[in-house]
Design a protein around this ligand. Structure first.
Ligand code: IVH
Length: 673
């Protein structure tokens, strides 16, 4: 670019390229250029726009980094109210819903529905004129929301301009969707806030809401917000007959649609979908709190109309409550692997969404005071995903006056050593690292599912082994002999041999699991994955400096300090050496040792997968040396069959290619994980 007259057209071409690459990366999950090339292009655009402000337009991709802060949000009246949904809590409620529909439509015919996950985020409305994003607003009270256009533009998968040829793009379209933050991104965000000493968000929905409603959209731009679109509320030029058709159009225009939506299903399959999703919900990368059932035919929707609060053509079928009330019988203090004293509530057993819960964590003394929990109280208990159940609050109206205050012990309840509470720390700790409770917990953690995953080495067995002084550290596990094991309680020759085999099998381990297994403070499974992705080899971590840790996204000084402190101890260094000397082999990411189990194998994915995204599936195959192809040919080795598969399935059958379902596929890729 050597002529000033070229600047407008150069800026225009940069804008188009950035829109295109953003779409490839954030909507299709199929980038064509590297992140650094994208960043470079964006920086170039930003700098050209700042030296030529007259050329800055509303549809510029530079808006993704945010704009100067507003004094306040303007109000927007929604042209069509943003209603909420009626809730169903049982299959009967769904049968009732269908009965009502049939009555109003005066039909006995079966009704076709589209079923979608109910994303736990916040609803927004976006307006596009001639393919350009004009306005974005929150739902507010349903009639009136807040104008948050600049914040909306920072969401990576929001189209600032629509995809398609200009003749295919409606002159006006209003779309609705749910803004959310994924579970992993939420953990990283809270970890960063912890490092920065900022208050933590209670859950991903609060984090999404707090992030979106920032007067300074440059803050919003830094938050990992995403959106699923689920509705066209108004459209010009194009006539649509069904909700499923509108989803297809949305996708064509560049809007992200949830991948596990099922279209055109009858009521029996709606109920099946509900059960399937309640089982896989914990594995989804974002939170859902139920399913949304929508009558597919838009004429039927019109005939059914709305009440003042909700449409008659849709209903939310909520998942079973994950909170229940029960009595707190006692409080026991447990000592964790890092010496932390955790008060644990013993509860009258209660069924929470299909799981019997009889214990819940009370976190620490301050939490007990803050929530004013007493022994004998009735409490609200919550179970969420894979986390330990916790006491949410006391039901004060059920107090009798008989409840008793709880006092934290001043010495370790297991080894009677002193207890120490660091300045600014919420937890008290037992300072004796040879405390038998700490030893047991460290070993139990080492053998647990996310770590060495040693089948058969459960809590009770670890207890016996430590109490009988057969082992006193994790490395000792690898010296265990069948002869010793078979003499223990509830152990025979066979189970002793099984355990030895399981220990042997556990010796091949990925770096992230190994790191997690060491039980270093603040290194949970998520942080361990970030570290292993970054460092690739154990040696790189052992030799890195404190400063290196702070440059990694999602890791901060607390994690860095904790690793360095751990490695400072001779005992810990010795323990790592002993583990490695006992034949443990770390499979290091991208290193030559990574067994490329799928080298030369060609996969084709068809239909939607439930528990893994397409991009994750592709990455896992490629990490193992395999390839993913878009079409089935004689060279294809496996066709992975998702829900509602396309014509690829027929072709695979014709060619006699091996067809595997999602479960089999996961077994193949998890061999490594
Ligand atoms: S459709 C007329 N579809 O649930 C209602 N809503 O309680 C149109 N939500 O405010 C909403 N996922 O924030 C619809 N797939 C989905 C949804 C969904 C989440 C939220 C939305 C709405 C609330 C209703």
């Amino acid at each position: 670019m050597n002529n000033n007259n070229d600047i407008p057209s150069y800026i225009e071409s940069l804008k188009q390229k950035l829109h295109h690459h953003n779409y490839r990366y954030h909507v299709l999950n199929d980038p064509e250029i590297s992140d650094s090339e994208y960043d470079k292009m964006m920086q170039e655009l930003i700098s050209l726009e700042s030296s030529n402000p007259e050329l800055l337009t509303q549809d510029s991709p530079s808006a993704r980094v945010g704009a100067p802060p507003l004094a306040k949000f303007e109000n927007v009246i929604h042209s069509i109210p943003m209603l909420s949904l009626d809730n169903a809590f049982s299959d009967e409620d769904i049968f009732e819903f269908e009965k009502r529909i049939k009555k109003i439509l005066n039909t006995c015919d079966k009704i076709l529905y589209t079923v979608e996950p109910k994303i736990d985020g916040l609803a927004v409305e976006l307006t596009y004129e001639n393919g350009k994003l004009l306005k974005g607003s929150t739902r507010g009270d349903g009639l009136r929301g807040e104008l948050i256009t600049e914040n909306i533009k920072t969401i990576s998968n929001v189209p600032i301009i629509l995809q398609g040829l200009s003749m295919e793009i409606p002159s006006y379209i209003e779309v609705r969707g749910e803004v959310y933050i994924g579970k992993d991104e939420f953990k990283t965000l809270n970890n960063i806030r912890l490092q920065e000493g900022q208050p933590l968000f209670a859950n991903p929905r609060n984090a999404a809401s707090g992030s979106l409603r920032q007067l300074d959209s440059r803050i919003t731009a830094k938050r990992p917000l995403k959106i699923f679109f689920y509705n066209i509320s108004q459209i010009n030029d194009i006539s649509l007959e069904s909700h499923s058709e509108s989803l297809i159009l949305l996708e064509k225009l560049g809007f992200t649609i949830n991948p596990i939506i099922k279209s055109k299903v009858y009521i029996e399959d709606v109920l099946k979908y509900y059960r399937e999703l309640s089982e896989v919900r914990d594995n989804l990368p974002y939170e859902i709190d139920g399913i949304v059932i929508k009558v597919d035919n838009l004429n039927f929707q019109k005939d059914l109309g709305t009440t003042s609060k909700s449409p008659r053509w849709a209903i939310a079928y909520k998942f079973k409550a994950i909170q229940e009330t029960t009595k707190l019988l006692n409080i026991e203090v447990q000592v964790g692997r890092t010496g932390v004293l955790t008060p644990v509530a013993h509860l009258e057993p209660v069924n929470i969404a299909g799981v019997i819960v009889s214990r819940a964590t009370l976190h620490n003394e301050d939490e007990i005071r803050r929530k004013d929990i007493k022994i004998g109280d009735f409490v609200l208990v919550q179970r969420a995903g894979d986390v330990i159940p916790e006491v949410v609050k006391v039901i004060e109206s059920k107090r009798t006056g008989e409840e008793k205050n709880f006092e934290m012990p001043r010495v370790c309840p297991v080894c009677s050593s002193s207890v120490f509470k660091e300045e600014g720390e919420a937890h008290a700790r037992c300072i004796n690292i040879n405390c038998s409770a700490q030893i047991k917990e460290r070993i139990r953690h080492f053998a647990s599912k996310g770590a060495f995953d040693i089948d058969g080495l459960g809590e009770k067995l670890v207890e016996q082994l430590v109490d009988k002084k057969i082992i006193s550290s994790s490395a000792d596990i690898f010296n265990l002999k069948t002869e010793t094991l078979k003499e223990l309680e509830r152990m025979g020759e066979k189970s002793a041999q099984n355990l030895i085999d399981a220990i042997e099998k556990s010796k091949m381990i990925t770096l992230n699991r190994f790191l997690y297994a060491l039980g270093i403070r603040h290194i949970g499974e998520h942080i361990a994955k970030i570290l292993s992705n970054h460092f690739k080899k154990l040696d790189n971590i052992l030799n890195s400096t404190q400063e290196t840790f702070q440059t990694i996204y999602g890791i901060g000084s607390i994690v860095g300090d904790s690793i360095k402190n751990f490695l400072k101890s001779d005992e810990n260094q010795k323990e790592i050496k002993r583990i490695l000397n006992s034949g443990v082999q770390i499979i290091e990411e991208n290193s030559h040792e990574l067994p490329k189990l799928l080298t030369g194998k060609i996969f084709v994915l068809t239909g939607s997968l439930n528990s893994i995204s397409r991009s994750q599936a592709k990455k896992s195959i490629e990490d193992l040396g395999g390839k993913v192809s878009g079409s089935v040919s004689r060279n294809t080795d496996y066709v992975v069959l998702g829900d509602s598969p396309g014509s690829k399935l027929d072709r695979a059958k014709d060619l006699g290619i091996k067809i595997i379902d999602e479960e089999e596929f996961k077994k193949i890729i998890e061999t490594r994980i």
